[in-house]
Design a protein around this ligand. Structure first.
Ligand code: GDP
Length: 294
C-alpha cells in the first residue's frame, strides 16, 4: 500500500543510501515530497505542518533499526504517524446502550445522509436488531420519499409523520419507536448547501428531543477544505460523536479524513464506498493512509 510513495520518494532518498543515519539535511527532499502529497490530497495546511514537524523530529531521533535502511526507516515513521493521526488501527464502533438507542445523522446537503441512514439500518437489521428510520429531512425535496423507498427495499419501517415539521416528526417518531419496541432509531435530518442558522437551530432542537447517544456527521470526501469548517461548526454546536466519510469509491484521496479528525478530535467510524446499501464499512486507518499519500 505504501509502494507508490516509496517510488515517489526514491529519488529523494538517493542521498540517504550508504548513510546509516537520518539527518535534517538528508531527508529534506523526502519531507518536502510527503508534505506536497498531503497538501495535494487536500489535508488542511495547519494539520500538514504539525504532522511534518512531528515526523521530522521522530525520524531524526530514530535509531535506524538494523533490519531497515534509513529510507525504509523514514517511510516507517511517516506511515506510523499517519495511521496514528487517522485514529489508529482499530475502528471505533457506534456505541449504544439505551433501548431504543438513537443515532442522529447530520451534515450538508448531498453528503450522503439519507443513503447512509439506510446503510446503517441495513447493518443493524443484519445483526438481528429492529431498526426504525425517522425521515426528518423536510428541507430537501424528495428526501423523505427517498428514505421511504430505501426503507421499503430493506423491509425497514420509515416514520414520516406529518412530513412538514421536523421537530414534530421526531417527537412523534420517538413515541412510535417506543410503542413498537424498536431497539435502534436512526434519524435523518435536513442539511443545506452551506451551514445556516435555521438548520443549526433545527438540528439542535432535534438533539434535545431525542437525546441521541450518537450524533454522526456525514461528510463527502470530495468536499476538500470546506469540510473542515463545517465539521468544526457542527461539532461546536452539537458535540458530535464521530463521522461517516462518504464517496471514497471516487477519485478523492481522502485528505478530509485526517483534517476533520485533527480539527475536532472525533473519530471517523465508517466510510461509504458506493451508492449501494452494502457499500459501507468500518473505517480502518491503515487502508487509507497509503491512499492519502497518493
Ligand atoms: P443527503 O442530501 O445528505 O441526504 O445525500 P444523499 O444520501 O441523497 O446522497 C447524495 C448522492 O450521493 C446520492 O446520489 C447518493 O446515491 C450518493 N452517495 C451517497 N453515498 C455515496 C458513496 O459512498 N459513494 C457514492 N459513489 N455515492 C454516494
Amino acid at each position: 500500500m505504501f509502494e507508490n510513495i516509496q517510488k515517489k520518494l526514491s529519488s529523494a532518498f538517493k542521498n540517504l543510501s550508504g548513510q546509516g543515519k537520518i539527518s535534517e539535511k538528508n531527508i529534506k527532499e523526502a519531507v518536502r515530497q510527503v508534505k506536497l502529497s498531503l497538501l495535494e490530497a487536500d489535508v488542511n495546511y495547519k494539520v500538514v505542518k504539525d504532522f511534518i514537524d512531528k515526523v521530522k523530529e521522530e525520524a531524526m531521533g530514530a535509531k535506524v533499526l538494523e533490519s531497515l535502511t534509513p529510507d525504509q526507516e523514514f517511510i516507517r515513521v511517516v506511515r506510523d504517524n499517519l495511521i496514528e493521526l487517522m485514529g489508529g488501527n482499530k475502528p471505533e464502533k457506534i456505541s449504544l446502550s439505551r433501548n431504543p438507542g438513537f443515532i442522529m445523522l447530520v451534515g450538508l446537503q448531498g453528503s450522503g445522509k439519507t443513503t447512509h441512514a439506510a446503510k446503517l439500518a441495513k447493518m443493524y437489521q443484519k445483526e438481528g436488531r429492529k431498526p426504525l428510520l425517522i425521515a426528518a429531512d423536510t428541507y430537501r425535496p424528495a428526501a423523505i420519499d427517498q428514505l421511504v423507498q430505501l426503507g421499503d427495499s430493506l423491509g425497514v419501517p420509515v416514520f414520516t409523520g406529518d412530513k412538514t415539521d421536523a421537530r414534530n416528526i421526531v417527537k412523534e417518531g420517538k413515541k412510535y419507536a417506543e410503542k413498537l419496541l424498536h431497539d435502534i432509531v436512526i434519524v435523518d435530518t435536513a442539511g443545506r448547501l452551506h451551514i445556516d442558522q435555521q438548520m443549526m437551530d433545527e438540528v439542535e432542537d432535534i438533539k434535545n428531543i431525542v437525546n441521541p447517544e450518537e450524533i454522526i456527521m456525514v461528510v463527502d470526501s470530495m468536499m476538500g477544505q470546506d469540510a473542515v469548517s463545517s465539521a468544526k461548526e457542527f461539532n461546536d454546536r452539537l458535540e458530535l460523536s464521530g463521522f461517516i466519510v462518504t464517496k471514497l469509491d471516487g477519485d478523492s484521496r481522502g485528505g478530509v479524513i485526517i483534517s476533520i479528525r485533527e480539527i475536532t478530535k472525533k473519530p471517523v467510524k465508517f466510510v461509504g464506498v458506493g451508492e449501494k446499501l452494502d457499500e459501507f464499512e468500518p473505517f480502518y486507518a491503515e487502508r487509507y493512509a497509503g491512499r492519502i499519500l497518493g
